[in-house]
Design a protein around this ligand. Structure first.
Ligand SMILES: *Cc1c(COP(=O)(O)O)cnc(C)c1O
Length: 462
């Protein structure tokens, strides 16, 4: 018993703390009114537990802050750059590394350089900014998730995989010559935070290579994916997550990695490349739009925190305790009778709002309704992943094509909340579940033409 608990214990203790706000029910109601019933419109100091995103929201370590204090802020050739570059090159094996301020800047530079208008980018699932940057490059984003990903209750180990049969068909089919990139997102953030197996990565890489198509990773959660490979793929049991991550990077021609997730810092990303000519073209774009190629829009102290963060994130004790913490939260929520996408991933849990609130139809946005209720009842902030985000609406905001599922995403910041916080989150969800039939639906008051969730204004339907 003690041994099991020790194995899942977080390998750190708290040194610096930040107060969290507690508002009355009346204050929360007023805050939601002012925010147009959109959690993105809340001020962070109106939120008690913030599960909106795991991006840039983690806690840094004493070693990261010590490294930041030692940073070199020289414009060109700073010591901090070389520390960062060596760390990334050692982890990934890529000979060419470019720093960028966040993942989407890397997407813009790589897709703008690599993809030609009319080409196709094929993925297990494009993340939303990734999808947008493929289209901004004039190309088309095609998602080929594996079939088991569409069964939310199926506990298959690697529901982030790409559908290899369909990938082979696309590459060999009439549009095959238009495929300009195969991009694997690890873990699959757009589809339930599910991991991709090494076998699937290897097979997808071989297919791409056979057709002469570049194969890249969108590696925002490379360490969490590596950990789940060591736990769920028998060939890789007992390996170190760092070795597994290095092997995955080794299968690809390059990568884009947002380090706001597995870099354990608040900002940063990198592009990794094998091809010298592609590197030279991306570097020119980087210098014109982000900054010189030894800082790429980042401060020296950011590069230092990231270099150290990349060491800490692959520590087995850290990954084991983080995975166990998310799994415990999932178990508490499931015990309260609320279903989550199975199996639990690491960086987020997805509540099945459509099933919990069967009295609400897609046009009443059950995911959004549950998310709002979590804030109104408990000061918990999270994001809808359902028809508000993914559905097709007409210009009167009527739902023409609903999303396949009505979900709420609880993203888990790294090294921030304790089991006490999560017990509270589960208790709020449990109370809502007991009077689920009373949760009201929502309607859209106004919405922007693109990137709807961020700026939409809503109102409850009484
Ligand atoms: C966060 C994320 C991005 C974009 O990175 P930013 O640093 O937020 O710009 C791209 N792909 C995936 C899978 C992500 O999770």
């Amino acid at each position: 018993m003690a041994k099991d608990l020790a194995e899942a214990l977080p390998p750190y203790r708290t040194k610096v703390v930040e107060p969290i706000p507690f508002l009355s029910a009346q204050e929360r109601r007023r805050a939601m009114d002012d925010a147009g019933f959109n959690p993105f419109g809340l001020r962070a100091d109106q939120v008690t537990i913030d599960l909106l995103s795991d991006s840039g929201t983690g806690a840094t370590s004493a070693e990261q802050e010590a490294a930041a204090a030692r940073s070199d802020e020289s414009y060109a050739g700073a010591r901090s750059w070389f520390r960062f570059r060596d760390e990334v090159a050692d982890l990934t094996g890529y000979p060419h590394i470019l720093p960028v301020h966040q993942g989407r800047a890397g997407e813009r530079i790589v897709f703008g350089t690599l993809l030609k208008p009319g080409q196709i980018c094929v993925s297990n699932t494009h993340f939303d900014t990734t999808h947008a940057n493929v289209e901004l490059a004039g190309a088309q984003a095609v998602d080929l998730p594996c079939p088991e990903a569409l069964d939310l209750d199926e506990p298959a180990p690697f529901k982030g995989n790409i559908d290899l049969e369909r990938l082979a068909e696309v590459l060999a089919g009439p549009d095959g010559h238009r495929v300009g990139l195969v991009l694997m997102t690890i873990t699959n953030n757009g589809l339930g935070a599910q991991p991709v197996s090494m076998a699937n990565l290897r097979a997808a890489a071989e297919l791409a290579r056979r057709h002469g198509v570049p194969f890249f990773l969108d590696a925002a959660r490379f360490a969490e994916n590596a950990w789940l490979i060591t736990q769920r793929e028998p060939d890789h049991h007992g390996r170190s997550p760092r070795d597994v991550a290095t092997e995955a990077f080794g299968l690809a021609d390059g990568c884009i990695a947002s380090l706001k997730k597995d870099g354990l810092a608040s900002i940063g990303a990198f592009i990794g490349l094998r091809d010298a000519e592609l590197h030279a073209r991306c570097e020119a774009n980087l210098i014109a739009t982000e900054g010189f190629s030894t800082y790429g829009g980042l401060a020296g102290h950011d590069l230092e925190r990231l270099a150290q963060g990349l060491r800490e994130v692959v520590e087995p004790a850290y990954l084991r305790s983080r995975a166990a913490s998310t799994a415990r939260l999932a178990a508490m929520i499931n015990d309260a009778g609320v279903d989550t996408v199975q199996p639990a991933g690491i960086h987020a849990l997805y509540l099945n709002a459509g099933r919990l609130l069967p009295h609400l139809q897609p046009h009443q946005f059950p995911g959004h309704a549950l998310g709002c209720q979590l804030y109104l009842d408990g000061g918990i902030r999270c994001a809808e992943v359902g028809s508000l985000y993914l559905g097709t609406l007409d210009d009167q905001f009527r739902v023409v094509r609903p999303a396949p599922f009505e979900l709420v995403r609880l993203a888990i910041p790294r090294r921030v909340y304790t089991d006490d916080h999560f017990r509270y989150v589960a208790a709020v969800i449990s109370d809502i579940a007991k009077r689920a039939a009373e949760v009201p639906g929502y309607r859209i008051v106004s919405a922007p033409a693109i990137l709807r969730p961020f700026k939409v204004r809503m109102a409850p339907v009484e």
